[in-house]
Design a protein around this ligand. Structure first.
Ligand SMILES: Cc1ncc(COP(=O)(O)O)c(C=O)c1O
Length: 405
């Protein structure tokens, strides 16, 4: 096999993977409609959605996104972190309450509860899916637990049946953090429609994006009404503009962002199918290589949204460190990332008292040591692109002796 690119050999790839975001005529049309209308912001609080070019893009997007995700109501907002804050507040979470979250996630899953005065309580993940471990959930519940936030990490559905079983027994609402999970399913049902509420992010890296953005979805009319009011500084539909009924935020989305998101939503089903086909194909190639452990996909999670292609790199089996592996991989034209550097509780944000979670959450710490992530845009490529990823990993494996030590 040819020499490693790191040592002067020919790299496996010289072409870039598909770029992200994907955009085209549809984004241009919709953005121009907004631009020319002069209505870059629209009053949509509690408004019925009319259709056509003159309709509010935010209102139309909220309805379409919610429908596509099995929900009656969608409340768009500035980002996925705000969406979590809104949903938690709508669910009645108060300062001093506990909210159960996985420690292997983006900071927002834990900081959103903190931003409304609640305490994150960390519950470990399963090492083979990187999702909340339902077997450890019961032990994390306290008398003050008011919400459980499973993350569908990387777009892979969390074990919602087992999570809901525990949550329902204790009467605790489940809020799905679906920031990674646009278009994914659990047992064939859209992610976002299974818990009491769910949130999505449209930040630049996500599988649908307007640069920034977020949405709360639910099938509960009362929760939807509170969430919408919270986004509109506590206003209430049908009531005067300067009348505020609860402590809320201005967390509204602009018409421009909604225009981008309407176009991105149209692209989502086909992109998801491509990612799913390529994700499964890549896993079949990679799992043959010692030390490479792609994430397990349980039957209930077959509708994987593939926001991240994630695997565990077991250095003792492969024969080199993860850092060396990533360096060699990037040189072969396949840049990967080591993902989260810390379990959330090991971030400097958290005081000494959170150190106890190092004992309670070993799988999360293991994931931080072993994970390798590839961006979802790689999965928008061809089978040949997937073959090149597997070829690069395999090449490095065969040359591992040159990289060891
Ligand atoms: C799991 C998870 N939850 C929430 C968020 C927050 O989304 P945003 O960046 O739009 O605030 C993110 C963003 O990366 C995320 O990965």
């Amino acid at each position: 096999m040819s020499q490693l690119a790191l040592h002067g050999g020919q790299p496996i790839r010289t072409e870039p993977f598909p770029s992200w975001p994907v955009h085209g005529v549809r984004e241009e049309e919709l953005a121009l409609e907004v631009l020319r209308s002069g209505q870059w912001w629209r009053y949509t609080l509690g408004e019925a959605v009319d259709s056509g070019a003159s309709a509010s893009k935010v209102a139309e997007f909220q309805q379409r996104f919610a429908e596509a995700h099995g929900c009656k109501y969608g409340i768009a907002c500035v980002n996925g972190t705000a969406a979590l804050e809104i949903a938690l507040k709508a669910l009645g979470v108060q300062p001093g309450d506990d909210v159960i979250v996985p420690p292997y996630s983006f900071i927002a899953t834990a900081s959103a509860p903190m931003l409304i005065g609640a305490n994150p309580v960390f519950c470990d993940i399963e090492i083979d899916t990187l999702n909340l471990d339902p077997a450890k959930l019961e032990a994390a519940i306290t008398p003050r637990t008011r919400a459980i936030i499973p993350v569908h990490f990387a777009g892979l559905a969390a074990d919602m049946e087992a999570i809901l079983h525990v949550a329902n027994r204790h009467g605790i609402p489940v809020l799905e953090d679906a920031a990674h999970a646009h278009g994914g399913t659990w047992n064939g049902r859209p992610l976002g429609s299974i818990g009491a509420m769910a949130t999505f992010s449209f930040q630049a890296s996500k599988n649908m994006t307007a640069g920034e953005g977020g949405i709360v979805v639910t099938n509960d009319e009362d929760l939807a009404e509170i969430a919408e009011s919270l986004v509109w500084v506590g206003r209430k539909k049908g009531r005067p503009w300067y009348e505020h009924h609860r402590l809320g935020w201005n967390y509204r989305l602009t018409e421009f962002q909604a225009a981008m998101l309407l176009a991105q939503l149209e692209r989502l089903p086909e992109q998801t199918r491509t990612r799913q086909a390529n994700g499964a194909y890549l896993t079949a190639q990679l799992e043959r290589i010692p030390g490479i452990h792609p994430m397990a996909v349980p039957a209930f999670a077959a509708g994987h949204a593939w926001h991240i292609y994630c695997l565990r790199f077991v250095a003792s089996e492969f024969g080199i460190t993860r850092e060396k592996f990533l360096e060699a991989l990037a040189a072969e034209g396949v840049p990967g990332s080591s993902g989260y550097a810390h379990s959330l509780f090991n971030n400097p944000l958290f005081d000494e008292s959170y150190q106890r979670y190092n004992e309670l959450c070993p799988a999360s710490n293991q994931a931080c040591r072993e994970a390798v992530w590839f961006e979802h845009r790689y999965l928008l490529g061809s089978k040949a692109d997937m073959d090149s990823i597997a070829a690069a990993v395999s090449k490095i494996y065969h040359h591992r002796a040159e990289l060891a030590g």
